[in-house]
Design a protein around this ligand. Structure first.
Ligand SMILES: *Cc1c(COP(=O)(O)O)cnc(C)c1O
Length: 389
């Protein structure tokens, strides 16, 4: 489709057969064929990486999940997209498709916590060595590359501390050393940044967040280029991942308004940052808003927009009073996840290695700025900030 992303979001996955604006929800395990020959022919098509509009058995997916896969492949500029039951499964699929005993993987230090667990703990049991690099220091990545490095796994920005990296440097380094590159692009979404176009092999999104946008479904997406497609396809088939047609439909429905929601998240977030940066109790706002900073420069270089997730550093000797701040918020729910229509707040336990970036008596609270009236969100933050001692 030659249209802009905005138009694509409205026109992709229309169902010509039923003349509907959206695809049908097809629930199926068994799929019928007229003859054995037809079944065998179909299996061959799938094996040969030919596009099909149904799979020969429900584990592969259904018309609804294929519609969503093709939809996201268009947005990402991908050869193919795999759907997984959660965003985390998308990370696991990407890593487990490639890392084998004796290999090494290099991972962004400030990554999503389960990503740290699977690489540092599970992979260790398979004799895969994990090294974490400081996202603020390209040299710390470069020096970890050896001939055993199989994959560089990037999270950009780090979803608690929001470092933005100079991504094309990473791509160059990886290409030179024949290393596979994967990026968790959940924050930016393919609307604001398209990793495969820059040269990443794998672009991962937790569709639980902005793709769905309504906090009522979990799903993950792995967008891949042609070069590595068959390796991921092989593992995906044997891992038995499958997504229900109902869940795929909910994500597809959410995608229709992704552009409109992100625009509003961005606008609200800007207003709230303008308030937060003037508050004395806020030491720092972790978000690419400040011109002249490294994060701003790297954000601007690769992204056409910014979304609604940020962190603030609060300076206080009383952790309890920072908890009180979070607890006193009336319009911000206390909860995991983000990317839905609603605002959220979460005290971040920084027990990981990247704790070294955080000073004593500094606390990180992550905020998701939702689609509420921003002046009411500001009033809410104002009253709650008073609790911090
Ligand atoms: C939430 C999240 C994930 C995992 O997604 P789930 O759908 O919750 O499994 C992965 N990466 C990032 C950056 C996330 O915020």
């Amino acid at each position: 489709m030659k249209y802009s992303d905005i138009t694509k979001l409205k026109h992709l996955a229309q169902d010509k057969k039923s003349r509907s604006a959206n695809p049908a929800i097809v629930r199926a395990s068994t799929v019928f064929f007229k003859t054995m020959q037809e079944l065998i022919k179909h299996e061959k098509l799938v094996k040969k990486d030919k596009k099909v509009d149904f799979y020969e058995y429900g584990r592969g997916g259904s018309q609804t999940t294929i519609a969503l896969e093709n939809f996201i492949a268009e947005l990402e500029g991908a050869h193919r997209v795999f759907l997984t039951p959660t965003g985390f499964a998308a990370i696991a699929l990407s890593i487990m498709s490639f890392c084998r005993p004796g290999d090494e993987i290099i991972v962004t230090d400030a990554c999503y916590h389960p990503t740290r667990k699977i690489t540092s703990e599970l992979l260790k049991e398979f004799e895969v060595k994990t090294q974490f690099y400081n996202p603020d220091d390209f040299e710390s990545l470069k020096e970890k590359v050896t001939e055993k490095t199989k994959m560089i796994f990037v999270e950009n920005p780090g979803s608690s501390t929001f470092e933005f990296q100079d991504l094309s440097k990473i791509i160059q380094l990886a290409k030179k050393n024949n290393i596979i590159t994967a990026i968790d692009n959940t924050w930016g979404t393919p609307l604001f940044f398209k990793p495969l176009k820059l040269g990443f092999d794998i672009s991962i999104s937790s569709a639980t967040k902005y793709f769905s946008g309504h906090s009522d479904v979990m799903l993950g997406t792995v967008a891949v280029n042609k070069k590595i497609y068959s390796k991921v396809e092989f593992y995906n088939r044997l891992a038995g991942y499958r997504v229900s047609a109902d869940d795929a439909y909910l994500v597809l429905r959410g995608l229709r308004t992704l552009d409109v929601r992100l625009e509003r998240h961005q606008k609200n977030t800007k207003q709230i940052i303008n308030f937060l940066r003037k508050e004395k109790k806020i030491k720092e706002v972790l978000y690419p808003y400040k011109k002249g900073t490294k994060n701003y420069k790297n954000w601007k270089k690769y992204y056409s927009g910014a979304t609604g997730l940020l962190s603030v550093i609060i300076q206080s000797k009383s952790k309890n009073s920072v908890f009180k701040f979070v607890n006193s918020l009336k319009l911000f729910g206390i909860g995991q996840s983000w990317g839905g229509f609603e605002s959220l707040a979460l005290y971040q336990k920084i027990q990981r290695i990247y704790r070294k970036y955080i000073k004593k008596n500094h606390h990180i609270v992550r905020l998701h700025i939702g689609l509420e009236d921003p002046s009411e969100l500001i009033a809410d933050l104002k009253q709650a900030l008073k609790k911090i001692k």
